[in-house]
Ligand binder design. Structure first.
Ligand SMILES: NC(=O)c1ccc[n+]([C@@H]2O[C@H](COP(=O)([O-])OP(=O)(O)OC[C@H]3O[C@@H](n4cnc5c(N)ncnc54)[C@H](O)[C@@H]3O)[C@@H](O)[C@H]2O)c1
Length: 313
């Protein structure tokens, strides 16, 4: 199957994620069936989609005059069979419950054509063990972030049997939707972002349980420190700014070793100060790189202060 053949998408589950994923597909001109168990859930989903689109129009992310056509492309229904039969791609966004998902996949397997692509939005389940379907090479994880109509990232995770064509197609499709897809090299529980988020949560729970700081202090600390850096240098490039030589000593003191750091340090690549580290700065001087970074930090700081971001929402 190629991109142009994806003309009709079925999103199963119209909750927090499903309604917004359906909206993104409709925004890109694709016909969408949105299925849930009850009409009232679908009514609420359509209401939310309308509010989302109006807000996007306010921020000039969607032309206001296109909103009625986008909504018309979304067909809410409770009949899974009807929708599954006519879909080229099915996005599964039902509750994160192994038994519910298992049942949905067995229904989909019965109803849809054997080459319909099945994309799960699961956050942590190994869907490749949960879904018992014919042609498992068409099953893939496309993991979106809340709210899908705003957050760019979609993690693509393949199972051992997922075909390379489905991985490529997923990547190109999500690009076409205006998203930022990342293909993980292999399956791991919680993928990239939730794994990092889990580590943060575990540190936060520890601080709270031990009474080290109040919730408000923890949030203020995070918002006025690494939150400013994250959008510019992420979490890995930041290490180049720390200095890999420094980091290597820290790791040694902790009895740890990371070959990525060790190998770089052995080759004299300490990060920004040597113009090469985990990233290659192509011979640019430390001053030049620091200035480029700091200008971006200042722009972020100006903006965050302007929108009172350091106050609680
Ligand atoms: N909430 C998040 O931030 C988030 C982020 C990324 C991924 N996810 C994942 O997305 C999936 C959906 O999460 P959510 O937060 O939208 O959950 P949700 O509870 O808001 O929505 C799930 C929807 O699935 C429907 N549903 C249940 N069984 C169904 C069936 N048999 N047929 C049709 N619809 C059915 C429910 O009625 C509900 O409306 C989960 O796998 C979750 O882990 C959630």
């Amino acid at each position: 199957m190629n991109l142009s053949e994806i003309k009709r998408v079925l999103v199963v589950g119209a909750g927090t994620m499903g309604h917004s994923i359906a909206q993104v597909y409709a925004q890109s001109g694709i016909e969408v069936d949105l299925v849930d168990l009850k009409q009232e859930i679908l009514d609420s989903a359509i209401k939310k989609i309308k509010l989302n689109l109006n807000l996007l129009a306010e921020y000039e992310r969607v032309p206001r005059d296109e909103i009625p056509a986008i909504i018309n492309r979304i067909n809410p229904l409770t009949n899974l069979e009807t929708a599954a039969k006519r879909a080229n791609l099915i996005v599964e966004a039902v509750s994160e419950n192994r038994e519910i998902k298992r049942k949905v996949y067995s229904q989909l397997d019965e109803f849809c054509s054997e080459d319909t692509i099945l994309a799960s939005n699961t956050s942590e389940l190994n869907i490749f063990n949960v879904a018992n379907i014919k042609n498992p090479e068409r099953l893939i994880i496309q993991h979106w972030f809340r709210p899908p109509h705003i957050i760019p990232l979609v993690e693509i995770v393949a199972g051992r049997k997922t075909s390379p064509e489905i991985i490529d197609l997923s990547f190109n499709l999500l690009k076409k939707l205006g998203k930022t897809p990342i293909i993980l090299k292999k399956f791991t529980n919680a993928f990239i972002v939730n794994k990092i988020q889990q580590a943060i949560n575990s540190a936060v729970f520890g601080l709270l349980v031990r009474g080290i700081a109040t919730p408000e202090q923890i949030d203020l600390a995070v918002k006025t420190s690494f939150s400013l850096r994250l959008p510019i240098v992420g979490v890995v490039q930041n290490l180049d700014f720390v200095g890999l030589d420094v980091l290597s000593d820290v790791l040694k003191n902790m009895g740890l070793e990371l070959s990525l750091i060790k190998n770089n340090v052995e080759q004299g690549n300490f990060g920004v100060k040597t113009s090469k580290g985990i990233y290659d700065y192509s011979g640019r001087s430390e001053e030049e790189i620091l200035r480029k970074k700091d200008e971006k930090y200042l722009k972020i700081l100006d903006f965050l202060e302007k929108i009172n971001a350091f106050e609680p929402v």
